[in-house]
Ligand binder design. Sequence first.
Ligand code: PGA
Length: 242
Amino acid sequence: MARQLLIAGNWKMNGKRDSLAFFDEVAPAAGASAAEILICPPATLLAAAVDAASGASIKIGGQDCHANSSGAHTGDVSADMLVDAGADYVILGHSERRSDHGESSASVAEKAAAALSAGLTPIICVGESEAERRDGRAEAVVAEQVVNSLPKATDGAYVIAYEPVWAIGTGLTASLEDIQAMHGFIRGRLPDGEKTRILYGGSVKPGNAAEIFALADVDGGLIGGASLKASDFAQIIKNTAV
Ligand code: PGA
């Protein structure tokens, strides 16, 4: 079964209401693409982004969710709330959440189960640090993260995003050989590897997206910096027309 390419933008802690013009600018490229297009704005813009993207072939996702559906968790957002706002996806276990908020793979697994039962598709992020790669531990670290971050005993499709930490926001990308090797390695560790989409993330931009997404085990990208500028994101979509 062919896996549909997923081109996902992660706005991180960027974007205000005046950023919503993005959707009109990207809509023509998204509409012409066979890929699935997703934008994950900050929580404050979720509902407005759903409105701005309506009629365009662009889905909306959250950047994190709590494992519980409601309750006394000040500052958190539940998977049910993301669904209520119109989201289809949620990014979980991004390396910035693992480092800024001490998120463990076990908590990512719980959040992923909550997301699936709420009807969201989780995008579960994994990736090694520069030191871990230098020490030859990249595969071991990523394998450990994958195994422990997957939702337990829950049916439903999830997406994996492989994002080497040293390539995020740095302008550095892993070599095509290293990306393909790690994606193949991850696929071999997934219970439903052939059906599961594995995205690459880390300084994807218009100039390198097509060659990365063409790799056999790369099913799209999770794009930070280059998703903030509509013209760059639209160019990535156009360059990777399938
Ligand atoms: P980047 O971020 O494209 O700016 O490197 C990717 C990510 O962190 O998802």
